[in-house]
Every structure is written in structure tokens, then in C-alpha cells.
Design a protein around this ligand. Structure first.
Ligand SMILES: [Fe+2]
Length: 104
């Protein structure tokens, strides 16, 4: 994507993602049994939601700036993030959080 806009890719620590990962670590230390499964899915979804927010924003900025290739690529990544979130939702609703279907 950076190539398509004529820029060098560079990295930067993401404080928000760092916080989400720390939160996940805390949940995983405290939870056990079925609650652990629920906590893992919830933590993963928090990360997916953050990614959806950021990729959605970046996709629209790319559009506004006339970077069509970047807009398309970011849209594809956004779709992948949404699909991952949807799978996690299905997993939670249909198995982990479903009474009678969860393993104890
Ligand atoms: Fe993701």
C-alpha cells in the first residue's frame, strides 16, 4: 500500500493495541473453564473492532486523497477484519456462549 502512494513503510508502536493486548492478558489470567473461552473470544473481538475502526478510517482517507489502489487494498483488509469478527461472533453465539453447547 505504501508503494502505491509513493511512501516508505515505517512502523510505530500502537498504544491502543498495546492496551487491548494487556487487557486480554489480564482476562486470560483471571478466567478459567468456559469463562476462559468467552474471555478469549471477547478479547479477540475487541481487537477486531479496533482494526475495523482503523481500517475503515484509513480506507476513507485514501479515497479522499485520491489513492485508489490504497483505497481498494484497505477495503479488502477491512472486509477480512469484518469476516474475522463475524466468525468470532458465530463461535460465541453458537458454541461458547450457548447454554448446553459449551464444554465444561
Ligand atoms: Fe484482525
Amino acid at each position: 500500500m505504501f508503494k502505491s502512494i509513493g511512501r516508505e513503510a515505517s512502523g510505530q508502536k500502537c498504544d491502543a493495541m498495546d492496551g487491548l493486548l494487556k487487557e486480554a492478558d489480564g482476562l486470560l489470567e483471571e478466567a478459567e473453564g468456559p469463562a476462559l473461552d468467552m474471555a478469549m473470544i471477547g478479547a479477540a473481538q475487541a481487537i477486531e473492532h479496533y482494526e475495523i475502526s482503523r481500517y475503515g478510517t484509513l480506507r476513507e482517507w485514501a479515497k479522499q486523497l485520491g489513492h485508489e489502489d490504497a483505497h481498494t487494498l484497505l477495503g479488502s483488509i477491512l472486509d477480512e477484519e469484518k469476516a474475522a469478527n463475524s466468525k468470532l461472533t458465530s463461535l460465541a453465539v453458537e458454541t461458547v456462549n450457548a447454554p448446553g453447547k459449551r464444554k465444561s
